[in-house]
Design a protein around this ligand. Sequence first.
Ligand code: FAD
Length: 552
Amino acid sequence: MTDVKHMKWWGWGVEGVGFHHEDKPAFAPFVKKAVGLDVWQPAGEQPSFEDLDVPASQAPASLVQGLAAIVGEKQVVTDDLERVIHTYGKSIRDLMRVRAGILPRVPDVVVYPADEAESQRIVALAAQEDAVIIPFGGGSNISGSLEPEKGETRPVVSLDMGRQRRLLELDEGSGLARIQAGALGPDLEKQLNDRGWTIGHFPDSFTHSSLGGWVATRSSGAQSDKYGDIADIARGMRLVRPDGIAEIRAIPSASTGPSVREMIVGSEGRLGVISEVTVQVHRRPEERQIQAYFFPSFSAGLKAMHEISESDASPSITRVSDARESGFSLATSKESKGLSGAAQKGLMAFLKKRGWNLDELALSFIGYEGSPSHVRYQKRIVGKIVRKHGGLGVGAGPGALYDQKKFDTPYLRDFLLDRGAAADVSETAAPWSKLQDVYDTVVKAANGAYDSIGVSGWIMCHLSHSYRSGACLYFTFAFVTGEDKIAEYDVVKSAIQQSFIDAGGTLSHHHGVGVEHALWMEQDISPEGVAIMRGLLESADPQRILNPGKII
Ligand code: FAD
């Protein structure tokens, strides 16, 4: 048995760690008021793996033996738990399905290659045996990018990159690091930090997602305003294909036809297995600060973020939450973190006196990195813009809230699911000129969906990444589930995705397409755009063995 560790089969993160609200006194009343859910009720029973009816492995002996000849017997696994772990990602749909034992097609065998050469032999063997290969990084995606196609009659191999986690080479002169694609966030960041460098890519799923997965899903991190999305960070890569290795060298910029590098970014395993990535890295900043600001409304906050994106300041994080999310963030703060209860009360009284409607208050975090003088310079520019839009700096204290929330939120979904509510996220990006309309349209669509199925629901949002031409809006939605939670989820999720497109946004800013979002691809990139993509995927994989069915 391999020693690669995975997340819980039924939820986020590692066994024994979960969300607790006992140290967040305002949380229970907040949820009660928002959706009428009593979070003090005892949790439902922990799902039991023994209750699942796991379809037997259909891997032919020749395939299993062939794989064992490449990687050794210990690294070829056909047991039920491993196969179930490799079936889904971690969207709420995935969690609802796996907990309910909905497992129409499970990979037949999981294989753990040690290096690129072994991956190459595995992919070649799969082509020879007509088996499907699904690359597996951390298993954290939320777009249905891992599940085998329903009714797949060929053997399905999950190729787990978990043994390939090393920093292979650091070119300090160019700030380029060559890293094995199976490295999870903490693996690669530690190896870089030890030498004084950082990748600057910090998705909320950082602890359980891999470099290859980031590239394959076009991921974006919390500090991408400064460091870029993974599409900017990943400068070169190697892709294992049935017929050899596609090598994209790390060149700063090239005019060599349509970019194959860009084709691999976001390919979700459909072009091959990314074995290593050469990423742009940076010296660790001298100073890192997260400052909190309050705005009198979300729209004032949006206008300020827009102006910051046009200014000489280049913050690492620009984030502003709508009133509902601001209320949620303040309610979920630990007593010891952020603003103390007394300070919060005092501040609120002060704002009320100044004529603020506290129900509209929007909490913002701006991150600064660099030399102390650069940080000071940026803070001055931002401070002026914030004041111009009626906002107010509230210091670095609540910045602690930001880090705490990042850690808690992924576990919160399991906590709610255990108590009869489903929560998930959907994100989009749109030009600045359309952002407010996208926001209004999505909130209306979600509330309409809740009404149509008769559930009590909640939607909140923050602007999470800014660009010169627009920004990402990140929505979190939750509802108290009824009789058929997956069907209910479909209604809500579809309404939100459709409203992204209708209002001029994209169907996903950084979670990828998988099967979850595939339905909207033609509306997003046009039928002609889809035809070009189909041509690429079909010609690159005529046997349909590379994670078929994803994206289009
Ligand atoms: P997996 O889930 O293992 O795989 C995803 C897809 O990539 C699959 O199609 C798989 O076949 C393919 N793939 C994986 N590795 C390779 C490889 N080596 N070669 C070829 N294909 C490969 N995403 C963000 O971008 N930013 C966030 O802040 C963020 N926060 C999240 C928070 C939570 C709580 C959750 C559940 C998810 C979040 N995500 C976020 C989504 C997810 O973490 C990303 O999509 C991530 O990039 C997936 O990486 P992974 O290694 O887990 O990939």
